[in-house]
Design a protein around this ligand. Structure first.
Ligand SMILES: NC(=O)C1=CN([C@@H]2O[C@H](COP(=O)(O)OP(=O)(O)OC[C@H]3O[C@@H](n4cnc5c(N)ncnc54)[C@H](O)[C@@H]3O)[C@@H](O)[C@H]2O)C=CC1
Ligand SMILES: O=C(O)[C@@H]1CCC=N1
Length: 267
């Protein structure tokens, strides 16, 4: 019986594995591969999924192969799995920056490849994934990749030319928001709040604001205006953020993330 091979069981590999199992996939339908022995034991114990050391052994007989290693490890991985890949096996890569062209170039001629940029809220089934097909991927292959990513959140199909920008927005995005949360908690402590009080205030404010944004379907600008009373506290705070060019800093930061994604593809 054919299976799904999951190559790389680190942060994102485990996120996908756990999500697929939550969505009803059986442990026997997935074979993991990781070069770290301790990690293999950990995941076998936690999920009851067989984990092997060799990616080539994991892909043997698989109809779908999920590549979830660091971009820098892809160049060595492709020649290792290529000879053992089944005919028409679908290769889905979650590796930042790595293009479908690079993947196709390292795999047997005609291998269907799909490129995905996921994010870590997939750990709570609220992920955002952007998906782009390679030249040999059929509609069915694309739907299969969408189905896999919808097990852990939402998925959109985008032209591959957008993938580096997507990486800067939703791939790295959770880190920017956690950074804001961290800054607000520290600021609350600076203002004299106990850390646990500051933490719950900020966490719930982030969660509630995200829910309001999505459920109200209102533009963030309008939601911000609703908080900002004339000559009030919010206006006083926002003035400082504007003086420090926070929006421009986000733009520069995300440009750097976009450029790094493009570079990773070349490394
Ligand atoms: N962590 C995140 O928020 C996101 C990560 N990604 C992408 O997911 C990929 C994986 O990232 P993480 O899970 O964060 O990295 P990680 O370092 O936590 O996991 C990578 C795993 O792959 C294993 N590995 C590497 N080469 C191997 C090989 N040849 N054979 C077997 N196992 C091998 C490592 O032992 C490690 O457990 C990256 O390409 C990254 O760009 C994409 C979006 C978000
Ligand atoms: O930082 C990174 O390179 C990966 C890709 C997007 C999020 N984490």
């Amino acid at each position: 019986m054919s299976h799904t091979a999951l190559i790389g069981t680190g942060v994102m590999g485990e996120t996908l594995l756990a999500g697929l199992l939550r969505a009803g996939w059986t442990p026997s339908s997935i074979v993991g591969a990781d070069r770290r022995e301790s990690r293999r034991h950990e995941l076998e114990g936690r999920y009851g999924v067989r984990c092997v050391e060799s990616p080539a052994d994991a892909v043997d007989g698989a109809d779908t192969v999920l590549l979830v290693v660091k971009p820098q490890d892809v160049a060595d991985l492709l020649p290792a799995i290529a000879p053992r890949l089944s005919d028409r096996a679908l290769v889905v890569s979650l590796c930042a920056g790595v293009t479908t062209g690079q993947l196709e170039g390292g795999l047997p001629e005609g291998t269907p490849v799909v490129r995905v940029m996921p994010n870590t809220p997939a750990q709570v089934s609220e992920g955002m994934a952007a998906i782009s097909p390679g030249v040999h991927a059929s509609e069915v292959d694309l739907e299969k990749a969408v189905h896999i990513m919808e097990a852990v959140g939402q998925a959109v199909v985008v032209p591959e030319k957008y993938q580096d920008a997507v990486t800067a927005v939703s791939g790295s995005g959770p880190a920017y928001l956690f950074f804001v949360v961290e800054a607000m908690i520290d600021a609350g402590v600076m203002l004299g709040l106990p850390r646990d009080v500051s933490t719950i205030l900020v966490n719930q404010t982030m969660y509630g604001s995200a829910k309001l944004l999505v459920e109200s379907d209102k533009h963030p600008n309008l939601l911000r205006e609703m908080v900002t009373s004339p000559a009030g506290t919010t206006a006083a705070a926002l003035r400082h953020l504007e003086e420090r060019s926070v929006k421009a800093a986000f733009m520069a930061a995300m440009e750097a993330a976009r450029d790094r994604s493009a570079q990773l593809g070349g490394s």
